[in-house]
Design a protein around this ligand. Structure first.
Ligand SMILES: [Zn+2]
Length: 333
């Protein structure tokens, strides 16, 4: 056969097959249309929803549903909520179901809402490292700190701490004005305390406690000699208390004398900072020995009536570089 004849036969064959392929394709398309028509009459397109792998129902439209979740469940409505999280977001699977099958958006929504966990964010205002108030926004916190510093000085020890928590109680914030007034109250209290310490401090020694509680029966300075046995220029104060009442150190210090001394009877002398000393006289018992370090409030002796004394009392002196000062300027004010 010649090449030309062979070509003619091939072209005829291709034409024949093309006709058949076209027929088959048309049939397939027709079948698909019929199937889709049946599906669209009896079935509908939905999304099967799973939460943490568990089937929870169907939704009509996954994009609409996701938008609703984002806008309504996951969007914080209160200013102290930083964000809201759910244990697991829904997963979707496209599906044709029977037209009568109902979707359950509301139920799935409720399930998600139930497991939504808000994370709160508040700003704590700290004074000397301790939280004094909490506000909702950083701006409020910053304004508050700046206003307080303008009023009380730039070196006021104030700080801002951002707190994230799931605990609503921990996230309880207050209005700006209230927060400011609470910080102010703290600062006023602190100022009072400083003032109190300052007024109870002599040469840098803070007299934190009274050595005994009781009535002052004799003050510092001139007096008529009690019963002819006490001095006429009284160099301390006398505090009456029953025999055996505990006497404590008035300030931190070291015992430099513990024993009998003429006039004072049983006596404790404490040495404090900067040449300051305290004397505790007429004791019935002495509890500490020379060299012992004591703190304000440490038990050192018991009230008695030893030495030149007419009754149970503590004779208390404060000395600065050896000379007595009026103890009532610092304690028993
Ligand atoms: Zn006295």
């Amino acid at each position: 056969m010649k090449l030309k004849e062979m070509n003619i036969i091939l072209v005829r064959k291709i034409k024949h097959y093309s006709k058949n392929i076209f027929k088959i394709m048309s049939l397939l398309i027709l079948a698909a249309v019929i199937i889709l028509t049946i599906i669209s009459i009896k079935r509908k397109s939905v999304y099967k929803v799973f939460i943490s792998g568990e089937f929870v129902g169907y939704v009509q439209d996954k994009d609409d549903f996701n938008t609703k979740i984002n806008n309504e469940i996951l969007t914080p409505k209160e200013s102290n909520i930083a964000f809201i999280s759910v244990t697991a977001m829904p997963e979707y699977q496209h599906k044709f179901v029977d037209k009568d099958e109902e979707t359950s958006e509301d139920l799935i929504y409720a399930k998600l809402e139930e497991q939504a966990v808000p994370t709160y964010r508040v700003y704590a205002i700290n004074f000397e490292g301790e939280t004094k108030a909490k506000v909702d926004t950083f701006e409020e916190a910053e304004t508050l700190v700046n206003e307080i510093k303008a009023e009380y000085g730039n070196d006021t020890d104030l700080g801002i701490n951002e707190i994230y928590t799931n605990n609503l109680e921990e996230a309880t914030s207050i209005e700006f004005a209230q927060a400011k007034s609470e910080v102010q109250v703290t600062l006023e209290e602190k100022a009072q305390e400083v003032k109190k310490i300052e007024s109870s401090t002599y040469k840098g020694v803070y007299f934190a406690v009274k050595p005994v509680s009781g009535n002052i029966t004799s003050r510092f300075g001139s007096r008529s000699s009690p019963g002819g046995i006490g001095s006429t220029n009284h160099k301390g104060i006398d505090i009456a208390a029953p025999n055996g009442t505990t006497i404590v150190a008035a300030a931190d210090g070291t015992v430099t004398y513990s024993g009998w001394m003429s006039g004072y009877g049983n006596l404790i002398i404490l040495k404090h900072a900067n040449g300051v000393e305290t004397y505790y006289g007429h004791c019935s018992k002495l509890y500490v020995s020379v060299g012992t370090k004591v703190s304000a409030g440490t038990k050192i002796a018991a009230v008695g009536s030893t030495g030149n004394s007419t009754g149970n009392h503590l004779h208390f002196e404060i000395r600065g570089n050896g000379s007595q000062v009026n103890p009532q300027k610092y304690v028993y004010k």
